[in-house]
Ligand binder design. Structure first.
Ligand SMILES: Nc1ncnc2c1ncn2[C@@H]1O[C@H](COP(=O)(O)OP(=O)(O)O)[C@@H](O)[C@H]1O
Ligand SMILES: [Mg+2]
Length: 468
């Protein structure tokens, strides 16, 4: 990282108003020498990851009443250390200054709730200390047992209600460009896939929901679960249902976004994503498109990708971070592209193949998507029989298309009629199964790259369908 060289003594060790303010709780704007802000600004530009430097700049901008300029810096401070008491204090001042009083009080409650966590000092520390010490992501706050503490529950908020806390988390996560959901989907809402659901229940839900079991099995259950299979067969749907079963919050992130949105910042942003998810615990963090970190691609095209893999491993290993209450689910359409390091114990060590639904599963999925629609005399089993190779998404489309046909017809006739068997049969004939290209591609990997048996489920499916 490029150093900025020593700062002028005045900027480094004293505040523009003489000594650094004893408290950052001064609410009256104080006159700040603009040249000092300019020096700090260029320092931050040269060292975007220097937490202390940015914190100092943020403080001065806030002192100066330049809240709109201060906010993006404060936002980055919080992204790097969401539980930093002084960054939260700055956030409160800035929110107040910008007239967002509700948000300000959320920040205050959170800071108060964090009272038991030793606050890191926000600057000055610019001239003193090495860059290692002032990096954006140095030592996490450490609790008595030596574990990073970022997981807060509504209990930590004293008088604030759980709803307040949820609203606060939503705002915080949304500001980071992520979407926080509280799914009410359950495994029962996932049609068919009985053995997949049983595996998820036994290898994931039961141990995750039972701390004693987890204790007994120790670290081996800390890793994530990786879902793979052709598109549209329910990987995301299942992940949501897992969150629903656990009563956990749900954050889904496509890794291509992490890689492309913040070029050169990918690993920091991946860390931020994990920090946000930890803060939302209990939370299922669903990392889609894990194959974007594929080893081959990393080597060929994306030199930054390697750092992201390393970062992901670090986050999964939870070496510096408590992953308690964080459930990581990954999904990929290209399991053969995965960096083998990701498959080691404690990481994505359990792999579940989510294949196109078999006949009973198709019946269940069709029934699920026809529920709550007006139905005539229909024979779901007959449609299930003739839709081999259709994904869950294809089947949903069949139901929607049939419903649309019935609706259009009803409008034309001027009287409502329910969905008929003909509507469904026509829709099924019109919509082609979308999984075939994936299965064709998978054939090669199963034939040539299944020495360790990791694709046995897939191989069995392909054999049953005479594709190998
Ligand atoms: N087993 C299933 N049961 C019910 N609906 C399903 C199932 N599989 C897929 N779907 C439907 O298809 C949509 C797409 O599935 P999704 O989970 O996004 O597939 P993937 O993530 O594997 O590409 C889901 O939102 C859901 O409506
Ligand atoms: Mg998906």
């Amino acid at each position: 990282m490029a150093g900025i060289g020593p700062l002028p003594e005045s900027a480094a060790t004293t505040s523009p108003v003489g000594t650094r303010p004893a408290s950052i709780w001064q609410h009256e704007p104080v006159a700040v020498d603009p040249s000092i802000i300019a020096v700090l600004q260029s320092g931050v530009d040269a060292n975007p990851d220097d937490f202390a430097l940015r914190a100092h700049l943020t403080t001065l901008l806030t002192d100066d009443g330049r809240f709109d300029e201060a906010w993006p810096h404060c936002d980055r401070l919080l992204a790097a250390r969401p539980d930093d008491a002084e960054a939260l204090a700055l956030a409160e001042r800035i929110a107040t200054g910008r007239g967002h009083s509700e948000r300000a009080s959320s920040y205050r409650r959170l800071r108060e709730a964090l009272g038991h966590i030793p606050a890191r000092s926000i600057g000055p520390g610019v001239a003193g200390g090495t860059h290692e010490e002032t990096e954006m992501r140095p030592e996490p706050p450490v609790t008595a047992n030596g574990v990073e503490h970022t997981t807060l529950g509504p209990d930590d908020l004293g008088d604030a209600s759980a709803d307040d806390y949820d609203a606060f988390l939503h705002t915080l996560v949304a500001e980071a460009g992520l979407d926080l959901e509280v799914p009410d989907l359950r495994l029962d809402d996932v049609g068919g896939l009985d053995d997949v659901k049983a595996r998820i229940t036994n290898s994931f839900l039961l141990p995750m929901a039972n701390p004693e079991l987890r204790e007994m099995y120790g670290k081996s259950l800390r890793g994530g679960l990786l879902l793979y299979g052709p598109p549209g067969c329910g990987k995301t749907h299942l992940a949501r249902a897992v969150a629903g079963e656990l009563g956990a919050r749900f954050i889904a992130v496509g890794l291509t976004d992490v890689l492309s949105m913040w070029l050169g910042q990918s690993e920091h942003n991946l860390h931020d994503v994990f920090q946000h998810a930890r803060r939302c615990a209990p939370c299922v963090l669903f990392l889609d498109e894990i194959d974007a970190l594929g080893q081959k691609r990393v080597n060929l095209k994306n030199s930054a990708g390697r750092n992201v893999v390393v970062q992901l491993l670090e986050e999964l290993d939870g070496l510096r971070s408590a992953n308690e209450g964080l459930f990581v689910l990954g999904a990929t359409n290209q399991p053969w592209d995965l960096d083998p390091a990701l498959r080691r114990p404690g990481r994505f060590d359990r792999m579940v193949c989510v294949l196109p639904p078999d006949e009973p599963a198709r019946r269940a999925i069709l029934t699920h998507h026809l529920t709550d629609r007006p139905l005539g005399a229909i024979d779901v089993a007959a449609i299930a029989k003739r839709t081999d190779g259709y994904s869950g998404a294809d089947l949903r489309l069949v139901c929607e298309t049939a419903a649309e046909a019935a609706l259009v017809d009803s409008v034309e006739r001027g009287e409502a009629r329910p969905i008929s068997q003909t509507d469904l049969a026509r829709a099924a004939a019109e919509i082609r199964p979308s999984t075939r290209p994936w299965l064709d591609a998978a054939r090669n990997y199963v034939t040539f790259a299944n020495d360790d048996g990791q694709f046995d489920d897939l191989a069995a499916y392909l054999r049953r369908h005479k594709l190998i």
